[in-house]
Design a protein around this ligand. Structure first.
Ligand SMILES: [Zn+2]
Length: 309
């Protein structure tokens, strides 16, 4: 593949508290704001608390999930008395950090999340972007203490619903397991390392370094699996099976235990071999998702360097 060049990546925004009870981002952003970090070398840095009302209440959101509000349709929807707080906040953030898809948008937007699932460090991409694939590979080489994986959503920009889609280049960082409302030092340090190394990458890139091409593996969700439910009441009748619990990214094969019912029966997996992820994520109970199933695909990317004018 031929080398590709990109303009300098000179502005980065670190967002936390997009979900108000995911504490790593909340405390990292507060710390950066306290230390008034606004520039490192060639990169200007802005730390933003995305959903202050939800952070205040230590809840995922107050009226609707902020991280589903950044589609073109919601960002351009008229504001009325009945518009949820998070839709208003999404439009504010889009004006401040974007507008999404415009030349004025921040060069790099990193949104910090936690999961109650055993996901390690997982970068989430809306679409294939050579810059962020390079950062992914860079973080894998710099952070050997924890598995570094990626999830590719493959959403066209207009339908990309997450806050990070406002940046020219962007990703979300999802790190777990960490309960909601809790901050763990080990998880905090992993996220801090990932942010610091990303800023390090941007410095090297802006200085004119060439990053060699290569390939990475990324997971893509194929389907979601709900909990077994009582057909009359809709209540769940089983929990994730102990053999599946905490085994995110471990291939699920036909016949493997999937759920353990509250009366003691094991429900086995019967589908094609796929990788489970976000297993038993707290916030997905309301979305009727027990876990996602994904395939693992290899993506090639070219060498990149900064565009000189
Ligand atoms: Zn989140």
């Amino acid at each position: 593949m031929e080398q590709v060049s990109f303009p300098p990546l000179s502005s980065v925004v670190i967002c936390g508290g997009t979900h108000g009870n995911e504490m790593t981002g909340v405390y990292l952003v507060r710390e950066m704001q306290k230390q008034k970090v606004d520039k490192v070398g060639s990169v200007s840095i802005n730390a933003v608390m995305s959903n202050p009302r939800a952070v205040e209440a230590c809840t995922r959101y107050t009226e609707t999930d902020l991280n589903r509000c950044f589609t073109d349709a919601l960002l351009s929807s008229p504001i009325t008395d009945s518009t949820p707080y998070e839709v208003r906040r999404a439009q504010e953030l889009n004006a401040q950090l974007g507008p999404k898809g415009s030349n004025k948008a921040v060069d790099m937007l990193i949104d910090l999340h936690n999961t109650t699932s055993n996901m390690g460090l997982c970068l989430i991409f809306d679409s294939i972007d050579y810059v962020t694939l390079h950062i992914f590979k860079y973080l894998q080489s710099k952070i050997p203490s924890v598995p570094v994986r990626s999830l590719l959503l493959e959403k066209p920009p207009s339908e990309a619903y997450s806050l990070d889609s406002v940046g020219k280049h962007s990703f979300s960082i999802e790190v777990g397991p960490q309960p909601n409302g809790v901050v763990r030092a080990d998880i905090f340090n992993i996220v801090k390392e990932a942010v610091d190394h990303t800023i390090g990458f941007l410095q090297e890139f802006n200085r004119g370094g060439t990053f060699e091409g290569g390939e990475v593996e990324a997971f893509t969700v194929v389907k979601s699996v709900d909990y077994p439910r009582d057909p009359m009441t809709g209540e769940i009748t089983a929990a994730i099976h102990p053999q599946l619990q905490d085994n995110d990214f471990k291939l699920l094969k036909r016949g493997d235990p999937m759920f353990l019912s509250f009366t003691g029966e094991t429900v086995k997996y019967e589908g094609e071999e796929l990788y489970p992820l976000f297993v038993n994520e707290c916030a997905y109970y309301e979305k009727k998702i027990a876990f996602h199933l994904a395939q693992k695909l290899t993506h090639k990317f070219p060498s990149i360097r900064v565009k000189k004018d």
